[in-house]
Design a protein around this ligand. Structure first.
Ligand SMILES: Cc1ncc(COP(=O)(O)O)c(C=O)c1O
Length: 412
C-alpha cells in the first residue's frame, strides 16, 4: 500500500497559527496511521521510524489497543482517584511483575513494589523526585543526575535535566539538583555530599544523543548507591516497555533500582506515566502527599493493560532486540554511516562528514521526510531511529534504502 486517499483532510488554511510556537512550525500534517505507516493531509505516505518519540511501539492504530480503548470508553472513562477502578490496579500488578523479573531467571524480591500513575513522563519524574525527598527527609533532598540527560520540562525536572542551556531562560529553578558526567561513576561519587539522597539516570540517554554507557555503568552505580545509602532512580521513560530489547533498560545490567519512572510506550499513544518504587520507598507517600485528577484513569489504564498484554503475546523485548540487530546491520552497510549506537530499537546512526555534506542531522532528517521516512536529528551529526517494535524487515530495508539515497544525494 503506497497511497491513502480516504478521509484526506487538507485542514484549515489559517493566516494566524492558533497554537503557541514552542515546537516551531511543523511542516507536515499527519492525519492517519496504521502499523509503521502514516499519511499526511495530501495523502503522502511515510514510514514512521520515530513513533511520536518512542511512543507508538505497537504501531499506529494497533487493533488490540484500539479495541481496549473503544470498549473502555463505552464503559467508564474517568471517575477520579476518590474511587477504585479495575484497569489501573491490574496494570500496577503487571508492571511490578515485569520490573521485578530478572532476565537471568533470578527470583524477584519477596516484597511486591507499588505503582503511582501519572499522565506523562515529566510528571512521573516530578513525582519520583517528591517521593525521594519524602523518603529521605529534609537535608538529604538533593538529586544528582547526569550531564546531557533529559528528564522533562516542569521546573523541577528541567533542573534535573543536565543541559544548562535549557535552564537559562527559566532561572531561578527549584533548588536541590546537581549534575555530573554520564557514564562516569567516579564523577558521580565526587559530586556526593550528605545533602544528596538520590541518583537519577537514564539507562541510555535518549534525547541527549542515544548515549549508551558501558555495560557495567548501572551495576557500579547500584553499588555506589548501596554503599552510600542513596536511592537509585532509573528514568525509563524512553527506554522502558520493551524498547531496548528488555522490558526495562536496567534489566540488561541485572540490577533492581529503588524507583523506576515510565511513560511514552506504556499507553501506545494514550497519555499515561507511572512511578514504580520498592515497597519501603513507596510507603513514604501518605494520603495527601501527591495527586493528579486524571492520573490512573480507566481509559488510559485500559490502553496500558492492552499494551502490556499484546507486548507479552508478541514477545516484544525479543522482537525489539532482533529487529534492532537487523536495523543496525542494514545502517552499517551504508557508506555515509560511521557507527550505530543504542540498544534494541532505540538507535542513533552517526553520519560521516561527506554524507552530511555541510548539513546537520536535522537537515538530513528533513530531507528523509521528503523521501517518506520519519526520523529526527538527535544531535548535529546523528539520526535517531525508534520504529515500532512491530516493524517488518521489508520496512526496515525500505527505510534504510531511503537513508542511503538521502546521504548519497548530499546537500544539493
Ligand atoms: C528520558 C525521558 N525522561 C522524561 C521525558 C519527559 O517525558 P514527557 O515528554 O512525557 O513529559 C522524556 C521525553 O522525551 C524522556 O525521554
Amino acid at each position: 500500500m503506497t497511497t491513502h486517499k480516504e478521509g484526506v483532510n487538507a485542514g484549515p488554511a489559517l493566516a494566524f497559527c492558533p497554537v503557541m510556537s514552542n515546537y516551531g512550525a511543523p511542516s507536515i500534517t499527519l492525519v492517519e496511521g496504521r502499523g509503521t505507516e502514516v499519511w499526511d493531509n495530501t495523502g503522502k505516505r511515510y514510514l514512521d521510524f520515530l513513533t511520536g518519540l518512542a511512543v507508538t511501539s505497537l504501531g499506529h492504530s494497533n487493533p488490540a489497543v484500539v479495541d481496549a480503548i473503544t470498549e473502555q470508553a463505552a464503559k467508564l472513562i474517568h471517575v477520579s482517584n476518590l474511587y477504585n477502578t479495575i484497569p489501573g490496579p491490574e496494570v500496577a500488578i503487571a508492571l511490578d511483575q515485569l520490573i521485578q523479573t530478572f532476565p537471568n531467571g533470578a527470583a524477584p524480591t519477596a516484597q511486591r513494589g507499588q505503582v503511582l500513575f501519572q499522565n506523562s513522563g515529566a510528571e512521573a519524574n516530578e513525582a519520583a523526585i517528591k517521593l525521594a525527598r519524602k523518603y529521605n527527609g529534609r537535608g538529604r533532598h538533593v538529586v544528582l543526575s547526569a550531564l546531557r540527560s533529559f528528564h522533562g520540562r516542569t521546573l523541577a525536572t528541567l533542573h534535573a535535566t543536565g543541559q544548562p542551556e535549557k535552564h537559562e531562560p527559566f532561572q531561578p529553578l527549584p533548588e536541590g539538583f546537581r549534575h555530573a558526567a554520564y557514564d562516569d561513576v567516579g564523577a558521580m561519587e565526587s559530586a556526593l555530599d550528605p545533602s544528596v539522597g538520590a541518583i537519577l539516570v537514564e539507562p541510555i540517554q535518549g534525547e541527549g544523543g542515544v548515549n549508551t554507557p558501558n555495560p557495567k555503568y548501572l551495576s557500579d552505580l547500584r553499588d555506589l548507591c548501596d554503599d552510600r545509602e542513596l536511592l537509585l532512580i532509573l528514568d525509563e521513560i524512553q527506554t522502558g516497555i520493551a524498547r531496548t530489547g528488555a522490558w526495562f533498560g536496567f534489566q540488561h545490567a541485572g540490577i533492581l533500582p529503588d524507583i523506576v519512572t515510565m511513560a511514552k510506550g506504556l499507553g501506545n499513544g494514550m497519555p499515561i506515566g507511572a512511578v514504580w518504587a520498592k515497597r519501603e520507598v513507596a510507603e513514604a507517600f501518605k494520603p495527601g502527599d501527591h495527586g493528579s485528577t486524571f492520573a490512573g484513569q480507566p481509559l488510559a489504564a485500559a490502553a496500558a493493560r492492552a499494551v502490556l498484554k499484546e507486548m507479552a503475546r508478541i514477545d516484544a523485548p525479543n522482537l525489539a532486540a532482533d529487529r534492532g540487530i537487523e536495523l543496525t546491520n542494514a545502517l552499517l552497510t551504508l557508506d555515509g554511516v560511521d557507527s550505530v549506537r543504542g540498544a534494541g530499537l532505540l538507535l542513533a546512526a552517526e553520519l560521516n562528514e561527506s554524507a552530511l555534506d555541510g548539513r546537520t542531522g536535522g537537515d538530513v532528517a528533513a530531507a528523509l521526510a521528503q523521501e517518506g521516512v520519519l526520523v529526527n536529528g538527535v544531535t548535529k551529526t546523528a539520526l535517531r531511529f525508534a520504529p515500532p517494535i512491530t516493524v517488518s524487515t521489508a520496512e526496515i530495508n525500505e527505510a534504510v534504502a531511503a537513508v542511503d539515497r538521502v546521504l548519497k544525494a548530499g546537500a544539493s
